[in-house]
Design a protein around this ligand. Structure first.
Ligand code: S3P
Length: 174
């Protein structure tokens, strides 16, 4: 375990709360907040659904890799990552250099509830949403667990409780 990592990197499935928890955590710590999805939309000057629609997922992943590289250069930042960041091991290797990685684990029911009225996530749009969530979660869960330095089960927690749990874990384990 690295001592005094500069950044806190939040990993986890779509809709687990990385952005909302990350923003609050950053505010409490006086850290910057960075979201790799925001970096991607900035590079492309278009929304994520538009990137997927116009150029496809592969191109999105290329931009996401660039975003991981940029985010890893930050100092004292909370970094919320896109749920698929773990698909490319290089992203993780990069983020690990300067950050501690926290997996925010959420069950499929919570994810379903949090993404129900959302149309900004192309991978959940087509077909049955719950089936998509369960399939992708089964595929990705082992990677989140492998890459996370810590796992926090946010399923039963609200945002404030999630933030407190992260702080408690980092304070006692780093
Ligand atoms: C994705 C997650 C999204 C976004 C894109 C792809 C994924 O980010 O990067 O739609 O592959 O899981 P959030 O996890 O912030 O929703």
């Amino acid at each position: 375990m690295k001592k005094n990592p500069s950044n806190i990197v939040l990993l986890g499935f779509m809709g687990c709360g990385k952005t909302v928890i990350g923003k609050r955590l950053a505010q409490m710590l006086g850290y910057d907040f960075v979201d790799t999805d925001d970096l991607v939309t900035g590079y492309a000057s278009m929304s994520i659904p538009h990137i997927f629609e116009k150029y496809g997922e592969c191109y999105f992943r290329e931009l996401e890799a660039k975003a991981a590289e940029e985010a890893a250069q930050k100092d004292q930042a909370v970094i919320a990552t896109g749920g698929g960041i773990i698909k490319n091991k290089k992203n993780i290797e990069m983020l690990k250099i300067t950050g501690v990685l926290v997996y925010l684990k959420a069950d499929s029911e919570k994810i379903y509830k949090n993404t129900l009225n959302d149309s900004t996530r192309p991978l959940l749009q087509d077909g049955d949403r719950m089936e998509n969530i369960q399939r992708l979660l089964t595929e990705r869960e082992p990677l989140y667990v492998e890459y996370g330095d810590f796992v926090i089960d946010v399923s039963p927690l609200n945002v404030e409780q999630g933030v407190r749990e992260i702080l408690k874990t980092l304070n006692t384990k780093i």
